[in-house]
Design a protein around this ligand. Structure first.
Ligand SMILES: Nc1ncnc2c1ncn2[C@@H]1O[C@H](COP(=O)(O)OP(=O)(O)OP(=O)(O)O)[C@@H](O)[C@H]1O
Length: 258
């Protein structure tokens, strides 16, 4: 669905940060990018969603090269929720979610019935009814994160990009967001690409994991097949235990740095 071929990317002209990166995002799957701080997770996410422009290589959305797609065409298929999202001070939850419809509207076109129905669907899917008239600025971090996901859903995207959607949230709200992501993937067949720090959450909620280190894609594949002690030691410099629950769910307990 999204293919990255021989991607090179740098923030400054004299030094490549990402070199020769190849990756295939499969439709209908949840792909999670993990890796240490500064390894290039957000950089890669922003390349894949079209924000960071590669210096060379090709990116395709299905068969279309990103180079041939207008910003609006990409925004009809791809929605992104960033780590930090700016919000106008007085905007209500419902008004912000309705912004998600903008890529689907023609210049000066007013909101139509379809737009209204989709905004209702986005509100319902994220369980935000009781907050719809509240100001976004007055919500807690977890509620606000759901509003941003809801706005992204109002874009009716095929692919949802989420950069560290659980950061700053307590464990209840982290799991709440990840279960919402999982539900959207299962029930609405939305392909998800996200960045997470928690290895166990990445294992549990992903079909596919991409591991970054120093701007390199170190390993990619099904969590249970690629995650092991040696790999985690090499990538994070942390020792620990990898085990499985009675239901055969893999988990990692870190023990010490090495
Ligand atoms: N806009 C930018 N301009 C210049 N350098 C940047 C920019 N954004 C990121 N970098 C650098 O690129 C490298 C990778 O950053 P990136 O944010 O992709 O890492 P990350 O793995 O997402 O990190 P973290 O886990 O800390 O969020 C870092 O060295 C960072 O300083």
């Amino acid at each position: 669905m999204i293919s990255a071929k021989n991607i090179e990317f740098s923030y400054c002209s004299h030094k490549e940060f990402i070199k020769n990166l190849n990756l295939e995002i499969k439709p209908g799957e949840i792909t999670t990018i993990i890796g240490p701080n500064g390894s290039g997770k957000s950089t890669l996410l922003n390349i894949l969603c079209g924000i960071n422009k590669p210096k060379s290589g090709e990116l395709y959305l299905y068969r279309d090269s990103y180079k041939n797609l207008k910003y609006k065409d990409i925004a009809k298929k791809i929605a992104t929720v960033h780590q930090q999202n700016a919000v106008p001070e007085d905007i209500s939850v419902e008004e912000l979610i309705a912004y998600g419809r903008i890529p689907h509207r023609k210049y000066f076109q007013k909101t139509n019935t379809d737009d209204k129905e989709i905004v209702e669907w986005a509100i319902e899917s994220t369980n935000l009814h009781k907050y719809r008239n509240k100001k976004v600025m007055e919500l807690s971090g977890g509620e606000r994160q759901r509003v941003f996901i809801s706005m992204a859903l109002a874009q009716k995207p095929e692919v949802l990009f989420l950069d560290e959607p659980t950061t700053y949230l307590d464990i209840f709200h982290q799991i709440e967001i990840l279960e919402l992501v999982s539900k959207l993937n299962k029930e609405n067949n939305i392909t998800v690409v996200m960045v997470l720090h928690d290895i166990n959450q990445a294992i549990k909620y992903s079909h596919n994991i991409v591991i970054m280190k120093n701007g390199k894609l170190i390993k990619e594949g099904i969590p249970e097949q690629i995650i092991n002690i040696n790999l985690l030691k090499e990538v994070y410099k942390v020792e620990g235990i990898v085990n499985a629950t009675e239901d055969d769910e893999m988990y990692f307990i870190p023990t010490k740095v090495c």
